[in-house]
Design a binder for this molecule. Structure first.
Ligand SMILES: Cc1cc2nc3c(=O)[nH]c(=O)nc-3n(C[C@H](O)[C@H](O)[C@H](O)COP(=O)(O)OP(=O)(O)OC[C@H]3O[C@@H](n4cnc5c(N)ncnc54)[C@H](O)[C@@H]3O)c2cc1C
Length: 412
């Protein structure tokens, strides 16, 4: 049986952990309920499955100068490292020359300029409306955009894109972003393996039903993903208002998955290189080859293709990723594989996808979702961070902001 706190937080990802720390620092008795056996949510460093640590979810510290976790890593004496600039493009005739890379970069610059201009239009449009035509570069850009936003450009809102801010670049940590978050979670009172099933705010107190009993609180912060909120995994009494559920439909979770393939030696002859394919097919992966010099390749799948592969299962994902590497490096690399593993975010009932992306016409839904319901149910998470959605630091910012609102509510 759990004791009754002032505040119950549901979900121990970046948002829930940040909210928990703010409330604890202010002296509010707080309990964080987490469905999984671990903390971190979509920031999880897998240290076991392939013998080399890799981030199944978040790996880059975006917008590093405005990212709490960049400062936290420095205070914890964990060195931040630059993201590798090495990049190679594979074509059906072998490695591309520099001219092709420059042409593709010019296409991307033009596309991003046009997307920004579209975001200033008085009516919201799909991002795809801004893209210049090109037989190869447009599909390549579309797959890159899906990896950035979790959804292909035709499913993404230009207004949402315009509101996102990242002016200071990316960093990474060798131990893994998930491991960094696991360290941050120390001292936060998290009850793992304790999913919230029912939230009853029909009376003067709020009750949260779990498999370990019922908890009473004055306020609840819900940080589960929008896919979980839309799935009815948690029952709300009274039901969530229509304005809130409509906003949820406007801000679905996109799709992102990864596959890790470990090798017994360096079969690539490349150092920490981003590998992309000149390929008009939407069924593409991008790879980070030998990140931090380790003998591992990590494939990144995004958009509808990522969900289809996730549903096909880990073996199908690994086969696909390895076959793409064989196309480039030859079938000899197969015998050097020591282990493979794939993420399963899209089919994970506690998550349900990659990161949130507004549908065209739906960007304003984020502000609706950030408002409390009946002044006592508060919501936080990456989907609520208007200028940093889809990121760990955005989830953190949202958790901190929401915890401050809850403190004001408790004192009122
Ligand atoms: C493949 C991939 C790559 C990514 N790459 C990056 C990156 O490089 N950089 C970056 O900044 N971001 C990246 N992201 C996004 C980032 O991981 C998320 O935006 C962020 O971690 C979300 O944090 P959150 O707290 O909002 O939600 P979550 O991390 O989803 O936390 C919510 C928690 O709620 C729990 N939960 C669900 N249901 C219940 C319930 N009923 N009761 C109790 N608990 C429940 C879940 O288990 C979860 O732990 C990536 C994500 C993916 C999937």
């Amino acid at each position: 049986m759990l004791s009754d706190p002032d505040v119950v937080i549901i979900g121990a990802g970046a948002a829930g952990l940040a909210a928990g720390r703010v409330l604890m620092a202010a002296g509010a008795f707080t309990v964080v309920l987490e469905a999984k056996i671990r903390t971190g949510g979509r920031a999880f460093t897998d240290e076991n499955s392939v013998g080399i640590a890799w981030d199944r979810g978040a790996h880059w510290l975006h917008n590093q100068r405005h990212n709490f976790f960049a400062g936290y890593a420095e205070r914890e004496k964990i060195p931040l490292e630059p993201v590798s600039e090495n990049r190679k493009i594979w074509t059906d005739r072998g490695w591309s020359d520099d001219e092709l890379i420059q042409d593709y970069d010019a296409y991307c610059d033009l596309a991003f300029d046009r997307i920004a201009a579209l975001g200033l239009e008085p009516v919201d449009h799909p991002v795809s409306d801004a893209l210049p035509r090109h037989h190869f570069y447009r599909p390549m850009f579309e797959s890159w955009y899906a990896a950035l936003s979790g959804m292909e450009p035709n499913r993404s809102s230009a207004w949402d894109d315009w509101r996102y801010r990242d002016d200071t670049g990316n960093r990474r940590v060798r131990c893994g972003y998930g491991a960094l978050l696991a360290r941050y979670a120390t001292d936060v009172p998290v009850e793992v393996s304790t999913p919230a099933r029912i939230i009853d705010s029909s009376g003067p107190e709020i009750f949260v039903e779990t498999d370990r009993g019922r908890i009473k609180a004055s306020a609840v912060i819900i940080t589960v993903s929008n896919a979980v909120l839309s799935s009815d995994a948690i029952s709300f009494s009274p039901p969530l208002p229509n304005a809130f559920t409509s906003a949820l439909e406007c801000i679905p979770l996109g799709e992102a998955e990864k596959v890790a393939i470990a090798f017994k030696s360096d079969v690539f002859g490349l150092e920490d290189t981003h590998l992309i394919f000149l390929d008009p097919s939407p069924q593409v992966a991008r790879f980070q080859i030998r990140p931090f010099g380790e003998n591992i390749a990590v494939a990144y799948l995004a958009g509808c293709f990522a969900r289809r592969m996730s549903e096909a299962g880990a073996a199908a994902m690994s086969d696909f990723a390895l076959s793409r590497l064989v196309d480039v490096f030859g079938s000899g690399i197969r015998s050097a594989v020591t282990a493979t593993q794939a993420s399963d975010w899209c089919i994970d009932p506690d998550i349900g996808g990659g990161y949130s992306s507004a549908r065209p016409g739906g960007a304003d839904g984020r502000t609706v979702l950030a408002e409390p319901v009946n002044e006592r149910l508060f919501f936080a998470g990456e989907a609520h961070a208007v200028d940093a959605y889809g990121t760990v630091h955005g989830a953190y910012n949202s958790g901190v902001e929401t915890a401050r609102r809850v403190l004001a509510h408790l004192r009122s």
